[in-house]
Ligand binder design. Structure first.
Ligand SMILES: *Cc1c(COP(=O)(O)O)cnc(C)c1O
Length: 408
């Protein structure tokens, strides 16, 4: 079903069974979307259908169900390829965003040497920090962090300055899961290419809130995760340019990723199969395909405008409260609000909001270096999705004012 801009919010919400439940006696106001999004019936049904109607292992069948399931699995790959404007052979299914980055770190990392540099940023998710730390520990690779400004933007001149002849890879987030900042992918990619470095973009948030064209971005790798894209857990996406994937050694060994195996010799399958060892997350991939088909039926810009309008509404309603500190105020940011409340621990704020039915996250958001950058040990975070409403934005803002009153 396609929705025109502005889309029919009530009809969209009706597709999410969970949104009609109550929490602590109040209607659920789910604002933890940056951690994981709720699922529409299109996804729930696709998952159910993949088990109820046609299920078998993929790629090895000589029977009808195996062929049907393989077709459904590969159809999902086609949806993902279309979603990112890539070729199907450039799409690898992983078990999540984290695994997609670990795949690149492991396989690309094999070719790195002590002294080679990997440039990331201070606003990365641990998923895009720790795999590179492992290479630092194991290989002596030098890990550098591009600085973030007081408004939560990448210091672009400083970042570009840090890209040099030792840089092998620049890995950074398309959109920060804490600040909401959207990074200038092309400017960084241009500079990396000029220096002969590869580029990995962590799109775990970006692909949810923006239309992504990897050809246009021209990055070497782009990472997405299923459960934030209104799809299931246990499935992620690694896009890699055909020539980059072709040059990468395998990540894990097992069935389906080989050409031929003898006792003393092995050859590997071509991408993407080379990187999908063992039985893949079949049901999850099929349901992710359904999630993406569902999302692509929307006017993505209208969705982004809607989400941002909710964010602006909350900021407006809370303006003038000097006990509130919003971390990340980039002008064209996405609809994520990380914040602290003077005199209150973020965990306490989240718990008090929960009593009022409002679900927000509190903690480090898997971004400890970023917390350190802003001089906090934790923050609370409200993050908006396409199904959130103005009434929910108001409910959150009012609940926050009330929560603060307990500490004032
Ligand atoms: C959620 C997230 C990840 C990790 O993805 P998982 O699939 O949950 O492992 C990585 N980077 C960013 C920016 C994220 O928001």
């Amino acid at each position: 079903m396609a929705f025109d801009a502005p889309f029919d919010l009530a009809a969209v919400r009706a597709q999410f069974p969970i949104l009609s439940r109550q929490v602590n006696g109040r209607p659920l106001v789910y604002l933890d979307n940056a951690a994981s999004a709720q699922k529409p019936t299109a996804v729930i049904e696709a998952m159910k259908g993949a088990m109820e109607f046609s299920y078998a292992n993929v790629h090895r069948g000589l029977h009808t169900l195996a062929n049907e399931t393989t077709e459904a699995y590969e159809k999902a790959r086609k949806s993902v390829a279309h979603f990112l404007n890539a070729a199907e052979t450039e799409i690898v299914f992983t078990k999540g965003g984290t695994e997609a980055i670990n795949l690149v770190a492991s396989s690309f990392g094999l070719g790195l040497q002590a002294g080679d540099e990997i440039l990331i940023t201070q606003m990365e998710h641990h998923s895009n920090i720790v795999p590179w730390h492992l290479l630092r520990e194991r290989k002596g690779v030098v890990l550098r962090f591009a600085p973030v400004t007081e408004t939560g933007e990448l210091d672009l001149p400083a970042t570009l300055e840090m890209i040099g002849e030792k840089t092998r890879l620049v890995a950074f987030t398309h959109m920060s899961n804490v600040l909401g900042t959207i990074n200038p992918v092309k400017a960084i990619t241009d500079a990396a290419q000029a220096a002969g470095a590869l580029v990995l973009v962590d799109g775990c948030q970006g692909a949810v809130h923006m239309a992504v064209d990897v050809k246009d971005l021209d990055c070497d790798f782009y990472v997405c995760t299923g459960h934030k894209l209104y799809g299931p857990t246990g499935i992620g996406i690694l896009y890699g340019k055909a020539e980059r994937l072709a040059a990468l050694p395998p990540y894990q060994g097992g069935g389906e990723m080989i050409g031929a195996v003898t006792e003393d010799h092995i050859t590997y399958a071509e991408p993407p199969m080379r990187f999908e060892a063992g039985t893949p997350p079949i049901i999850e991939a099929i349901a992710l395909g359904a999630a993406i088909d569902w999302l692509m039926a929307f006017d993505r810009q209208a969705v982004a405008r809607h989400e941002r309008a909710l964010y602006d509404r909350v900021v407006d309603r809370l303006s003038g409260h000097n006990w509130l500190r919003i971390i990340g105020t980039a002008p064209d940011k996405g609809a994520i609000m990380a914040f602290t409340v003077e005199g209150a621990h973020p965990h306490d704020i989240a718990q008090i909001l929960d009593k009022q039915g409002v679900a927000v996250r509190a903690g480090t958001h898997c971004a400890e270096p970023l917390m350190a950058r802003f001089g906090v040990t934790a923050s609370a975070r409200a993050s908006f999705a396409l199904y959130n409403t103005e009434a929910e934005a108001d409910a959150f803002a009012d609940a926050l004012v009330k929560a603060h009153s307990f500490f004032a």
